[in-house]
Design a protein around this ligand. Structure first.
Ligand code: NAI
Length: 270
């Protein structure tokens, strides 16, 4: 039997085709879950035909089950409405993957603007915490559940130049442990995955930014970034999604409060 059949799984930030959330939604659907794919509503434009509706259609086209719900995790009222709607239609939520994130404020400390601090805090940390607060009561009612938060190797250690991102991802790891400690007896497990470099839009943009700052070609900057990685490369989104799906499912029944590097051996810094 599929590990997640008859389970309802909600994924935030799932609407970007190259992203970890997109790959995760597909991995959870492949494991048999009904997947609620959510993301902020993107401006109409050349990419308007992609996003959560396209993802839900792709999952259904492959024989899976999915529904698309627009959700900005910085808006608590939207989160509550989304969870209430899913609970009404499907009885509750069993799995949540807090994947939505922003690299705002990933820059040298003295250069971080107030707006970047706010965005980093509101999306990476408070948005993640709000989704957890909204789903835990329904998980408790159902006798348990599994929450997987997407942190970063920047949640385990620090290197220069990623200020607010590193600070808020450390917060995500602390939040993960707090929830694991408080709700273990309610049958709720909470873990974090800590990716290193993942070949997504966010990673490409960071490499481009660093290359511009160092006035070197992007390829050279990418090679420099991978030099210290034991496996010498970035991961694919699917490699992260596979670990998330494992943590979400019954094979990980005795893992909680863990922050697991999925990083090919990326050094975490200080
Ligand atoms: P991405 O930029 O492709 O995906 C991020 C998603 O979050 C997007 O779909 C975006 O629309 C969504 N999002 C942003 N603000 C939101 C909000 N307020 N409400 C709802 N959704 C929102 O980037 P990627 O790489 O797939 O990132 C996914 C997660 O993985 C993030 O939490 C990121 O910090 C983390 N991560 C990524 C790494 C990488 O190298 N790409 C490394 C370590 C962690």
């Amino acid at each position: 039997m599929d590990a997640l059949s008859h389970k309802v799984a909600l994924v935030t930030g799932a609407g970007t085709p190259s992203g970890i959330g997109w790959a995760t939604a597909q991995a959870l659907a492949n494991a048999g879950a009904l997947v609620v794919v959510t993301d902020v509503e993107h401006e109409p434009g050349p990419t308007a035909d992609v996003g959560i509706d396209a993802l839900a259609a792709a999952i259904r086209g492959q024989g899976g089950d999915a529904m698309a719900v627009p959700l900005d995790i910085t808006d608590r009222a939207q989160i509550d409405r989304c969870v209430a709607m899913v609970s009404e239609h499907h009885g509750g939520v069993d799995v949540v993957v807090n994947n939505a994130g922003t690299s705002a404020g990933a820059r040298p400390f003295l250069e971080i603007t107030a707006a970047e601090w706010d965005a980093s805090y509101r999306v990476n940390l408070k948005g993640t915490a709000d989704v957890c607060q909204a789903v835990i009561p329904t998980m408790t009612e159902r006798g348990g559940g599994s929450i997987v938060n997407v942190a970063s190797t920047g949640g385990l250690g620090a290197e220069a130049g990623f200020g607010a991102y590193t600070a808020t991802k450390h917060g995500v790891v602390g939040l993960t442990k707090t929830i694991a400690a408080e709700f273990g007896r309610a049958g709720i497990r909470c873990n974090a995955v800590c990716p290193g470099f993942v070949a997504t839009r966010m990673h490409t943009e960071a490499t481009e930014r660093l290359a511009a700052a160092a006035a070197i070609p992007v390829d050279e900057m990418a090679a420099r970034r991978y030099e210290a990685v034991a496996q010498g490369r970035a991961s694919t989104p699917d490699e992260i999604a596979a670990v998330i799906a494992f943590l979400a499912g019954p094979a990980a029944s005795y893992i909680t409060g863990a922050a697991i590097p999925v990083s090919g051996g990326t050094p975490v810094g200080l």
